[in-house]
Every structure is written in C-alpha cells, then in structure tokens.
Design a protein around this ligand. Structure first.
Ligand code: DQA
Length: 143
C-alpha cells in the first residue's frame, strides 16, 4: 500500500478560528478526519503533520525520504517565499502536490506566486478540503 505524507504549514492548526470567511468553519481536527477518510477511499496509507515553523517543515519533508511514496503539502504562508521548503521538496524528489484551501489567485497579489509549486507535480487551490482528497487520489493513481 502506498504511503502518503500530508504536511501542513503555519496557522493551518487555526482552522475554524482564523478568517472563517476565507478558510471555512471546520477546524484542523475535521481536516485530519476528512483526509484520513479520503485516504481510506483511495486505498492509501496516510500520515498527517502540521508545523508552524519553517525549519520543522523542512525536517518533516526530509523525513519523507525513503519512508513515503508521495507528499501532499500545504506550505501555507511559506508557499510564497520559502526557498528552504522548495529545496527540501527538490531534495527528497518524491511526487508532491501542493494544496491551498483558498484560491490564492483571487486574493492579495503576494499570494499569487508560489515558489514551492516548482518542486511539485501539480497544484490545487480554492476547493477547500476537497483539494486534499483530489491530491491524494491523484498520488494514489500515479504509476
Ligand atoms: C493557504 C494560502 C496562503 O496564502 C496562506 O498564507 C495560508 C493558507 C491556503 O490554504 O489557502 O496560510 O495556503
């Protein structure tokens, strides 16, 4: 069975509290439950991690090497400027899909650019929790 790591960056643990008009009313526990159900449906094993610090996110990405078959990552704010997260994704070279709950392209200009997506096979944004399920499904079907 394929193993997928689902990594979430800063403030994703504040779902349900932060900017509900942007991120919805469901909390991080609900996201974890949703992701686990999506993984079960796709027939893959999944583990979830969340960190508010860039270094820890880099370490989590590094730990996927040799231990997972794919990565679903929402680098949150680090998306827009973290060369360290980009380099970590390039280093482990696993198929990775970047997910954003909100449509980063319909928001502030500084959110339009992702520096981390360059190390991913694709990016899904604006579909809320569903984006994670679609990313898991896509990784599960990857040859
Ligand atoms: C986000 C979008 C980012 O711009 C923001 O910094 C986040 C969440 C999203 O899931 O929509 O924290 O990655």
């Amino acid at each position: 069975m394929k193993k997928i790591a689902v990594l979430n960056g800063p403030n994703i643990n504040m779902l349900g509290i932060r900017e509900k008009d942007v991120y919805g009313r469901q909390d991080y526990a609900a996201l974890c439950a949703y992701v686990k159900e999506a993984a079960a449906k796709a027939g893959v094993a999944v583990e979830l991690f969340q960190s508010n610090s860039e270094g820890e996110l880099v370490s989590l990405i590094q730990k996927t090497y040799g231990n997972y078959d794919g990565i679903v990552i929402n680098p949150a704010a680090y998306t827009h400027y973290s060369i360290a997260v980009l380099d970590a994704l390039k280093a482990v070279a696993l198929p990775a899909i970047e997910v954003h709950l909100s449509n980063i392209h319909s928001r502030e200009e500084f959110r339009h650019r992702s520096v981390t997506a360059a190390a991913c096979i694709g990016q899904i944004c604006g579909l809320g929790f569903k984006g994670y399920a679609l990313a898991i499904e896509a990784l599960a079907e990857l040859e």
